[in-house]
Write a new protein. Structure first.
Length: 319
């Protein structure tokens, strides 16, 4: 008993006699992931960041229906060697959700906000990690500032027409041809539903029970907000304009030749492997990896992917 009391007192004194002469006995570590808000054109853009800003930067651009939450493991695992920043787009995650009457929800406009966000954060050189919606937003930024992009990491971030699955995109492809209330109802009930959110995370995975339900619970809570149906339907309709820009993005790849790391879930119902293969035609320096998982490959293979990123950037001497 005396031994326990003695050691308890020792622990108390070493941890709570905090500051003597401005110094601390305890080592204070900066939290791995930090959270912030940047005001961009009157919008609050929420972001997660990790690592020292003096280190090489990686900008993480999320997909639908997610947010910067999808990159939580990347931020944790690479913060020792890189500065990572992951913003939420307007209408997504914890960023402002302005009404469609006050903000134009298009990929052009969202990319402009993200570009200005990076400018305000002082990022002049960075690698881009893109997934799903992150691809059309990231490629708009890359083509606007080609010399700023040091490398591209694509996790099912598509830039090729053959990478659009007719089966996975079925109702949306029909919606591009003609907007009808029936099609909108079909999309809302199947894609924007709770089960639709869950399916996007679990479909094609090796072990669906290993995927955290936090993912679809968070996404469903956000997409269930009043007015989200119109915003997300508008972005689905606008997605067809991304396909028109694919030749421009491919030309950018051929001309500027950024090193490209492909880490692609082969069981993605929306962006099949043939989309990943397209990068081989345009990029000379490519590290090509196909993984046995689904659309959100990071959920099941974040260890594999973050190790690939680390080795890829180190071997290209990205500074």
């Amino acid at each position: 008993m005396n031994y326990l009391r003695k050691n308890s007192l020792m622990l108390f004194f070493t941890t709570t006699l905090a500051v003597i002469g401005g110094t601390s006995f305890a080592t204070q570590k900066e939290p791995t992931i930090r959270f912030g808000v940047e005001k961009v054109d009157g919008l609050d853009i929420f972001f997660r960041e990790a690592g020292n800003p003096s280190k090489p930067a990686i900008v993480l651009l999320h997909g639908f229906p997610s947010s910067s939450h999808m990159y939580r493991e990347v931020l944790r695992e690479l913060s020792d060697s890189y500065y990572l920043i992951a913003p939420d787009y307007p209408g997504f995650g914890d960023s402002s959700f302005p009404s469609p009457e006050s903000f134009t929800y298009s990929f052009d406009n969202i990319a402009k906000v993200m570009d200005k966000f990076l400018e305000q954060r002082g990022l002049k050189h960075y690698s881009l990690m893109i997934q799903d919606y992150g691809a059309p937003i990231g490629f708009r930024i890359a083509t606007a500032h080609p010399k700023r992009v040091q490398a591209i990491i694509t996790q099912n971030g598509n830039a090729y027409k053959e990478g659009i699955s007719p089966e996975g995109w079925g109702p949306v492809l029909e919606y591009w041809k003609k907007k009808t209330p029936d099609l909108e109802k079909t999309i809302i009930e199947n894609v924007f539903s709770y089960e639709g959110m869950k399916w996007q995370y679990t479909h094609g995975t090796r072990n669906p029970r290993s995927i955290s339900p936090d993912n679809w619970n968070l996404d469903y809570a956000k997409i269930s907000r009043k007015g989200q149906d119109r915003v997300q339907l508008g972005l689905f309709y606008d997605y067809q304009n991304n396909l028109k820009l694919y030749p421009l993005w491919q030309e950018y790849l051929r001309e500027y030749q950024p090193p490209v790391l492909v880490v692609w879930g082969k069981n993605d119902a929306f962006f099949p492997v043939v989309g990943a293969e397209g990068y081989k035609r345009d990029v000379k320096d490519i590290d090509f990896n196909i993984l046995d998982t689904g659309h959100f490959a990071l959920e099941e293979d974040h260890k594999v992917i973050t190790n690939k990123i680390r080795n890829f950037l180190r071997s290209r001497d990205i500074k």
